[in-house]
Design a protein around this ligand. Structure first.
Ligand code: PRP
Length: 215
């Protein structure tokens, strides 16, 4: 999509749901005037003239797609999604929010088998991890409630996100290995980064200062 420097409003692909609340809080702390009444709104396109922005409320997994195609200049997305989707975008800063980890999980006392089945929402991440570890596995893609898979015999292990550990605890599962730590990142479209560089840099600076102050 063709862009011109005249498009001065920054279009921001925001993840709907729980990450949005953390992201909008961080933006506010960084001095951006984000109205609080949108926190529970179902509106999908939210003009934020006070901050010279427009929020595009996206399903988190779709944020890199909007940014890659340039319909959003920048976006907020988890490192988990970035690793899985592997889109052509710039990763600008680690926002330090939505902190969790990607782990291999299973039932306690699980015995290694020849060709284990691994259920996950992240087939690309999981395949790469086991391939690099020299383990042959069959990866089964699921879209949610991944913890069900070992409980009902669909898979031997799962690769999924752990935040508080509550889901594992309540379902009698244990973490076996951690693949990587996850936080949300600010990403940018490559062309927007050039054409709207000043606005994007200013935003990065404000957020960076706030993130450093948070520790
Ligand atoms: C995520 C993740 C785990 C859970 C971890 O699921 O896939 O199931 O949160 O959080 P916890 O360690 O704090 O319990 P999500 O709620 O996004 O729903 P899903 O099962 O549909 O993926």
């Amino acid at each position: 999509m063709e862009k011109t420097a005249g498009d001065s409003v920054l279009k921001v692909a925001m993840p709907k749901g729980r990450i949005y609340k953390q992201a909008s809080k961080l933006f506010r702390e960084a001095g951006l005037l984000i109205p609080e009444d949108f926190d529970d709104s179902r509106k999908l396109i939210i003009p934020v003239p006070e901050a010279n922005m427009e929020f595009i409320m996206a399903k988190p997994v779709d944020v890199p797609t909007y940014v890659e195609y340039g319909v959003a200049d920048i976006g907020i997305v988890g490192k988990d999604v970035l690793m899985e989707e592997n889109k052509d975008v710039y990763e600008l800063i680690d926002l330090g929010i939505a902190r969790c980890r990607m782990s291999v999980i299973g039932l306690p006392g699980w015995k290694p088998v020849m060709y284990p089945r691994v259920a996950t929402k992240y087939p690309s991440v999981a395949s790469q991890y086991f391939r690099e570890g020299g383990q042959q596995v069959e990866v089964i893609k699921l879209n949610g409630s991944i913890e069900l898979a070992p409980l009902i015999g669909l898979a031997d292990r799962i690769v999924d996100m752990v935040e508080t550990g509550q889901t594992l605890k309540e379902n009698g599962l244990v973490e076996m290995e951690t693949l990587f730590q996850v936080t949300s990142r600010l990403i940018a479209n490559r062309v927007s980064y050039r054409l709207k560089n000043q606005a994007i840099q200013e935003l990065c600076d404000r957020l960076g200062q706030r993130i450093a102050a948070r520790g």
